[in-house]
Design a protein around this ligand. Structure first.
Ligand SMILES: *Cc1c(COP(=O)(O)O)cnc(C)c1O
Length: 401
């Protein structure tokens, strides 16, 4: 799964082209760069890969979310609904925008429950952020349907599910905007990096301006003379990242095929064991197969299963207890510890209510996650290792079930 597992010749060739020019900046230097625009090329290729009209590169998946929120005009006093099971960056990006995250439950897809999203809507809800966790789709078609009727914008956090799809349509392309991460541990990595995709040209232009100090990127004038319509900030990707991203993207389909092979073999073993059920996919959902996710019948069995797998040399994750991916474990969010004195953005004159977070506010998510065990799919898993892991799964099932 992490993109660094398959890495080398293609990345080196791409990066060397940039190093030969010495131009690491994505804009300007027309003469010196000898026609090399790696970030621009990465954006174009990535948009094409996802079937989206436009793509804007950023410095990270977190800043991709921040830029998408800005492009959609979401800020102070606005409420954004998202799931409590996600990497904390989803919440942080909403807070960075000055908006307030409203947590909702997940369902057995491990992603946003459309029914709970609908229940959590208030007259301040401006956006919803389904997160396609652990490689596989949320029920995003239902979420878009609910949002559309109420004028709520949809931003898909696709940081963990590049290449996954529903009925052949890539995730990230269902909502108003979709975001991706290329950090050190994602399927496509540039070390750090992110992307925003959209079909809406105006949204893309706003995203590109916000990500570059408001520059309107007028091709007819020198950068110093470019116009500006909104204040922005610096979220620019550099040419070295763009070069690595291009090499990684070129390998993505091969990575996904390999992951699927490993994933499906382990799934077959798990499905043959009574007392284990697999994570659900929405209708026509296509998993990117970064993780094998399964449920035991009780929390006790899940805890024991994960522990015994680890003892047999198969590292597995118990996400209910994870410090960075589940709201009840974020003590600093529960205590609303911002870098500045409160109450903004959790309350204050612009907010309709004072937001309160509690460790027991997501009982349905608790009930799902407490029975969940997750095995990461590593590219280095060969047939011998698949057989070994399958053997361990059967042995642990004998002991625990
Ligand atoms: C990794 C991740 C992010 C943030 O991406 P960075 O590039 O690390 O900033 C956001 N959301 C989810 C769900 C992630 O997994």
């Amino acid at each position: 799964m992490p993109g660094y597992e398959w890495f080398g010749k293609e990345e080196r060739a791409q990066v060397n082209q940039v190093l030969d020019t010495g131009i690491l900046f994505r804009y300007e230097f027309e003469k010196e760069r000898k026609g090399i625009f790696k970030v621009r090329e990465f954006e174009e290729e990535f948009a094409r890969y996802c079937g989206a009209g436009h793509a804007q590169a950023t410095t990270s998946g977190s800043t991709a979310l921040r830029v998408a929120l800005a492009a959609l005009g979401i800020g102070h006093g606005d409420e954004v609904i998202t799931q409590g099971f996600t990497f904390i960056a989803t919440f942080e990006a909403i807070l960075e925008a000055g908006a307030v995250p409203v947590p909702a439950e997940i369902d057995r897809t491990l992603n946003l429950d459309p029914a709970d999203f609908e229940r959590k809507i208030t007259d301040r809800t401006r956006a919803v952020m389904p997160v396609h966790m652990l490689g596989a789709p949320a029920r995003v078609r239902e979420i878009v349907e609910i949002a559309k009727d109420r004028g709520i914008k949809v931003i898909e956090d696709t940081a963990q599910a590049v290449g996954a799809a529903i009925a052949g349509k890539k995730l990230g392309s269902f909502g108003d905007m979709g975001t991706f991460s290329f950090d050190f541990y994602k399927t496509v990595t540039c070390g750090e990096g992110g992307m925003v995709i959209t079909d809406d040209r105006e949204l893309w232009v706003r995203a590109s301006e916000y990500a570059d100090h408001g520059h309107d990127h007028n091709p007819n004038v020198h950068r110093g003379l470019e116009g500006r319509t909104i204040l922005g900030f610096n979220y620019r990707m550099n040419e070295l990242q763009g070069a690595v991203g291009l090499a990684q993207l070129g390998r993505l389909d091969r990575v996904l095929r390999h992951q699927k092979r490993i994933h499906d073999a382990l799934r077959q073993t798990l499905e043959s064991i009574d007392g284990i059920t697999m994570r659900e996919l929405p209708p026509e959902g296509e998993d990117s197969c970064t993780h094998v996710c399964f449920f035991l019948e009780t929390a006790d069995k899940a805890v024991a299963f994960q522990k015994k797998l680890g003892e047999k040399g198969v590292p597995a994750i118990y996400f209910k207890g994870n410090f960075w991916h589940y709201l009840p474990n974020w003590e600093h969010l529960l205590a609303q510890k911002t870098a500045w004195p409160g109450p903004h953005p959790f309350g204050g004159p612009l907010c309709a209510r004072d937001m309160v977070y509690k460790s027991d506010m997501l009982p349905a998510s608790d009930a799902i996650l407490e029975k969940l065990v997750v095995i990461p799919v590593l590219l280095q898993t060969d047939d011998a290792r698949i057989a070994e892991i399958s053997g361990s799964l059967r042995a642990v099932a004998q002991e625990v079930l």
